[in-house]
Each structure stands twice: as structure tokens, then as C-alpha cells.
Design a protein around this ligand. Structure first.
Ligand SMILES: [Zn+2]
Length: 278
């Protein structure tokens, strides 16, 4: 520490000790250091002041952007099918068993497929709805006043088969074993569905029996509770009618099925309706 060292100053040639060299350097560079420090402090201060402003600006722009997108979303109309296709889908959806996806698929098929021939389909629908009506006598489908069964003179007039719906006539026809006439009631007595005897074509049946005098009235009604109630109601009405026999179709085992699959009610009815083996 005591050793002295010579150091040349640009303006004077003074000798300094090691201790004084630091002080001298500080003195020499003090103005520069002070200016730099001040500048630095100023910059830091500006940065400190700018930081919240930047955050505020970013926040403000983010809010503005969100508002813009929200407004845009609110105003933005989503693309959909043209109005005629939408109307076609809406009409198809009204059909039984056709859901929204099926309706959309059918509508697009009609519009795009070469094999669709939508004009022919539309024409067939129009013709069927305009020309097909229920038969005035039995209720089956016809384009005239009477259906082909009622118009057929070769049909046996002594047997009258009573069914619930007009659609029940064709399954019996396909068996090929019945050559009589039919009468569709248009439903069955069902208090839960608010369907009473006055809602069915029972009066028409009584008038028909009086006019045509069949020898047998066959009740081909369902085997459920409503079918039983309807059959019992008609049987009661015809109980004291002279010259008319009321029968019900047999109930029992379906063809091609063993006894092990049949329920108790079916088996008991099959036993009650047994017949002599000829
Ligand atoms: Zn008819």
C-alpha cells in the first residue's frame, strides 16, 4: 500500500498513490457517469411509466376485439339450405317414421339424384290423395264408390268378416281361404285413447247386417284388451239377432313355433279352441 506509483494525467504529470488513483478516476469520469446514470434513470422511469400504459392499451384492444367479434357473431347469419329444400324437409318430417335426418336425406336425394324423378313422386302423391277414398260399404281402399271386394258378385254374401282397420283386410285376403265380405270398423274401443263405440263404424255394421242378412259374422279382431272389449261389445249387440251366428277367429300357437315359446294365455286359448282331428 505504501508503494507509490506514477500515473500520467493528460493535463498534468502528478504522481498519485494507488489509493488516490480510484478517487482520481472517479473524479475524471464522474461527469460521464453521472450523465449516463441520469439518462439510465430517466429511461427506467419512462419504462416504468410506459409499462402500465402498454398493459392498458393491450387490455383496451383486447376488449375492443372481443366486442367486435361478439357483434360480428351476433350479426353473422349461419348458412342453411335454400327455402324450398327446408320446406321439403319440414313436410317430410311430418310423415310417420321419418325423423329429421331421414327427412334431410330424402330431400337431398330427391333434389340431387338422377333416379329420383321427384315430379313423378309428387304426381303419385297427388293422385293417391285425390282419388283414393274408403269404400262406402266396407271401408277398404277404393277409387270408386264401392271397392273391388264389394263390387265382386262372386263373393259369398253369407259370411261377413269384421276387422279393426282397412289394412287388416289384405293379410286375410292373402291367405286365399276366405271368400266372404269384410267390414272395417276404423279402430277399436279404447277408453284410454278416448275412442268409444260411437267413434267406430258399428252403426254401419248393424245396418249392413240388417240389409244383407249374413248367416255368420266373423270377428277378426286383435287378441289384446281393446280387441277383446270391441269383440264383446259387438257380440252383445248381435246376441239376440235371429239367423246370425257370431264367431271369433281362433287364438293359439303361431305356425312354426313349439309349445315352449308360447305364453300361458296363448296356450290356454289354444286349448279352449281345440278341434277334433278329422
Ligand atoms: Zn268395400
Amino acid at each position: 500500500m505504501g508503494r507509490s506509483t506514477k500515473l500520467f494525467h493528460p493535463f498534468c504529470s502528478l504522481a498519485f498513490k494507488r489509493e488516490t488513483r480510484g478517487i482520481a478516476a472517479a473524479w475524471l469520469f464522474a461527469p460521464f457517469s453521472s450523465a449516463a446514470r441520469k439518462q439510465l434513470e430517466k429511461k427506467e422511469k419512462r419504462n416504468q411509466c410506459d409499462a402500465p400504459d402498454l398493459e392498458k392499451t393491450a387490455l383496451r384492444s383486447s376488449i375492443a376485439e372481443t366486442k367486435f367479434l361478439f357483434r360480428k357473431k351476433k350479426k353473422m347469419k349461419r348458412a342453411d339450405y335454400p327455402e324450398p329444400i327446408k320446406e321439403l324437409i319440414a313436410q317430410l318430417k311430418r310423415m310417420p317414421g321419418i325423423g329429421p335426418r331421414s327427412a334431410e336425406r330424402i330431400a337431398l336425394w330427391m333434389n340431387q339424384s338422377r333416379d329420383a324423378h321427384p315430379v313423378d313422386i309428387a304426381s303419385a302423391i297427388r293422385t293417391a290423395s285425390e282419388q283414393v277414398r274408403p269404400c262406402a260399404k266396407c271401408g277398404f281402399f277404393t277409387t270408386a264408390t264401392l271397392c273391388e271386394i264389394c263390387s265382386d258378385e262372386t263373393r259369398c254374401g253369407e259370411q261377413l268378416c269384421v276387422v279393426e282397420q282397412a289394412t287388416d283386410i289384405l293379410p286375410i285376403e292373402r291367405t286365399g281361404v276366405f271368400r266372404g265380405r269384410y267390414h272395417a270398423l276404423g279402430g277399436r274401443i279404447s277408453p284410454l285413447d278416448h275412442v268409444g263405440p260411437e267413434d267406430l263404424r258399428i252403426d254401419a255394421l248393424l245396418n249392413r247386417i240388417a240389409a244383407e242378412s249374413p248367416r255368420e259374422v266373423i270377428l277378426a279382431l286383435g287378441a289384446d284388451v281393446e280387441g277383446e272389449a270391441t269383440a264383446n261389445y259387438i257380440a252383445e249387440l248381435l246376441r239376440n239377432r235371429p239367423g246370425v251366428t257370431v264367431t271369433r277367429i281362433a287364438q293359439g300357437l303361431p305356425a312354426g313355433v313349439g309349445l315352449e315359446t308360447a305364453d300361458e294365455l296363448t296356450l290356454s286359448r289354444a286349448l279352449a279352441g281345440r278341434r277334433e282331428v278329422s
